[in-house]
Design a protein around this ligand. Sequence first.
Ligand code: CTP
Ligand code: MG
Length: 501
Amino acid sequence: MVDVVPVPDPALVVLVGASGSGKSTWASSRYRTAEIVSSDALRGVVGSGEHDLDASADAFALLEQVVAARLGRRLTVVVDTVGTDPARRRRWLAAAHEAGLPAVAVVLDTPAGVCRSRNAARDRPVPARVLDRQLATVAATVGLLDDEGWDSVLVATPDVPTHPGNTPSTGRPTTVAAGTTSRSSGALPEQGAGLRGVVLQLSRFPADVDLLTWLRDVAAATEEAGLAGIALMDHLIQIPQVGRAWDPIPEPWVTLGALAASTTRLHLGTLVTPVTFRAPGITAKAAATLSALTGGRAFVGVGAGWWEREHTAYGLGFPSARERLDALERGIETMKALWAPGTKTYAGRLVSLPETTCYPRPVGELPVVVGGGGDRTLRVAARLGDGCNVLSDDAGLAKVARYLDLVDEAGRDRATVHATVLDLPLLGRDRDDVWSRVERHRGRVAAATFAARHHAGTPGEHADRLAGLAERGVTTAFVAPVGLDGPDDVLALAPLATAFG
Ligand code: CTP
Ligand code: MG
């Protein structure tokens, strides 16, 4: 991939450049038409054409309204004017910051001679005198930008491509100098396990096709895309975050058995099994069997359970959060005891068993990944489990850091644990496709909020973002793409597969 200067997204992007410098070309090759507001285009809307200077006042009044409206919705707006009016720039920048969006100035640093010859070749060239004045004003403006409070000032030259990318959801993006990249290649120490990488989390299943065939096709696509494995949700009723209550949600351990017969490479497990569903010894038995069936490619995600409805509906108890966390602790201890070598008596901190006879034995490592970001959960994960699982947002990444500290405190080697995140990306082929998918899936959530929550972007942008997670200590991303329907959507994840190296 070529080195590119990332432009934060969403953002206010104000172009600065003389006629013929390539502003409109730069904008339309990176942004959707609806994201660009151009004084020339608006002259054509309210006047006789793009060059109808008599229509300037009306065109700029509309332009100001579009800028304010889009910023108010936290939607990207690219302002395509010469960009040399300091009062307008100040107003746009203030509006962006008021909306909590970063403001970026992009200077089209095209040599004067190139602007002049492009201008001369046009149907309606700008008079040479006017262009000379523009070139001088643009040159003077460049010197002012650094002191105006822009979050970054980028210089677009033919050698330094720039592109919109995801901005951190909190705080302002750091200023990036043109010619640098945002992505460093600092390598982490090798982690212990094969679970490392990008694992597909399946949460939606089809109702109208043969389930086994669909699962085999998805497993084949997951392998072809180069992903590290498949994780299944463990719910008795489809959860409202994913679908309707009558959408199918197959029992995961049975389903993992079917998947085990469909792949010789993928890691397979749950994300996550609530300890409230099954006695932990039964989960230990199922997981050890899966480990044996896959030659050591099984993992167990466990959690305290959270959805009361499915418990009540299936005749299960749903004790208090504290009791469920107690059960989580006992559950992990029980599973580990049953998987330990031999059949000896176990007398642990919370659990005692007269014997620990569990055959077939797990093959190699059978990691227990503890889901949930509460501090007690993280402590349990660090002390008893082999990994944590939190959301991939900024709050989740802070929890990853906390978890790794707790691993140190527990006297364990952080290179041997799995710091995992659940990531719910929205992927589209290009920017147009991304935003039409945002519209399709956002329901009543504001588009900008939905796009941010799901890091809406192209596969390449997601790959860069996941590589950034790896730099912050994340070893595995469980990825559950928005609207994943089947094998084709899985294949689209291929560019993400190598994000963790
Ligand atoms: N162009 C080019 N190569 C680029 C950028 C632009 O050949 N890298 C050409 C475009 O095809 C167009 C001309 O240069 O014919 C001017 O580019 P444009 O993007 O329209 O420039 P603007 O800065 O938008 O000019 P104006 O202010 O007049 O709208
Ligand atoms: Mg233009």
